[in-house]
Design a protein around this ligand. Sequence first.
Ligand SMILES: NC(=O)c1ccc[n+]([C@@H]2O[C@H](COP(=O)([O-])OP(=O)(O)OC[C@H]3O[C@@H](n4cnc5c(N)ncnc54)[C@H](OP(=O)(O)O)[C@@H]3O)[C@@H](O)[C@H]2O)c1
Length: 426
Amino acid sequence: MEYISASSAIDNGPTHPRMLSISPEDLLTFNQTPLFTTHFLQSPTQSNSSIQSNPTIEPATTMSKALYLTQVDGKPGQVYYPLNTQTKPAPTPQGRELLIRMTAAALNHRDVFLRQHLYPGITFDVPLGSDGVGVVVGAGPDVSSPERWHGKRVILNPGLGWKDSPDGPEDPNGYRIMGGTRHYRTGTLQEFLVVDEGEAEEAPEHLSDAEAAAMPLTGLTGWRALVVKGGERNSGKGAAVLLTGIGGGVALMALRFAIARGADVFVTSSSEEKIRRAVELGARGGVSYKEEGWEKKLLAMLPEGKKFDAIIDGAGGDAIEKGVRLLKLGGILSVYGMTVAPKMPFLMQAVMRNIEVRGSTMGSRQEFKEMVEFVRANKIRPVVSRVLQTDLDDIAGLDALFQDMKEGKQFGKLVVEFGKSSESKL
Ligand SMILES: NC(=O)c1ccc[n+]([C@@H]2O[C@H](COP(=O)([O-])OP(=O)(O)OC[C@H]3O[C@@H](n4cnc5c(N)ncnc54)[C@H](OP(=O)(O)O)[C@@H]3O)[C@@H](O)[C@H]2O)c1
């Protein structure tokens, strides 16, 4: 159920946001006054050299709100850390960093696990959030071509330490995921953040801000679990693919990818309504996993004698036991999560049927790029369950969004758009 092992992840040490040599107005008028320079965005009345040569100038500071966990007593699994908002100076981009004004961020199940202290590396001084979209408003001195990034809407690769190996993260320090842990000291639930330019991708133009924010983590996880681990033969055109727990963010991204690839997709869910909605999105059919003997009902939906080529599962539990009955000989069970429990038994029947169980995590930087390109080329839209248009200090509203995920009410992603006052449904 955990994305990274606590022992393999590194601690980058604390970060201290620095004073930014611009005023909020400069940022807001960014598009009108294209003074995008390396180091900072500057006021039309200040020259670059005047600021650099006179460090005693005390410029107006742009402040940035961010969402954090509040430390309270409690045991893992029993505690539910409250949220709090803190306002600090926005960071100044250094080296190859881009300064990004975030416009939307999305929740993942890991954010709930963090609040429950069921996730490694939890810390209370790093903003939450692994998914987000924003606009580039500044660049560090070593950014290769700052003008290329000027005003671009970008999404962020949510993990560090994994370049392009098909096997797993190359970095001996392990894979580090953005948001709420000491391993990667930034998160998307904040108004301004800095990331290395190599971690940003231009957001596909056909996506709204909410949809773009919804895509990175679940898109990458769904991509690797379905496309990389499933493989063309078992999850491409004409393959029969089962996606379990279709209400989840990853499962719905996998649904979008599988349908675009021409697979025959079936689903399970706790909810008939979610199955109906999945069918509207192109699934062939589905059953409730709460129903006794659901696997027989599901097999009856396939052509006579046919079984599934691949199951893409984020629940764990009895997935292997069910998989033995549902999968063809040599079928693939691609497991990207264990929402039900962090262990599942492996069975001799699975050995006898040559079932391949493949663990799958998020993915490499290269896979992130490929996923974004596929989304752009196929005009894929992540499914967004609810958008909260609010300010990051609307703790009650944000708590309600978390509650949707905790109770599994969502069908797709739960998104926060910053700085707006009313709530909307997509
Ligand atoms: N390894 C990684 O790198 C990685 C990355 C992302 C996510 N994950 C893990 O993958 C899991 C899903 O993540 P997510 O963000 O998509 O979560 P999510 O949006 O909260 O979705 C969870 C879904 O799990 C389904 N579910 C619950 N109990 C189930 C059961 N007994 N059988 C089948 N499905 C069940 C529910 O589907 P219905 O609503 O349809 O009933 C629910 O919507 C989590 O455990 C998460 O930690 C791992």
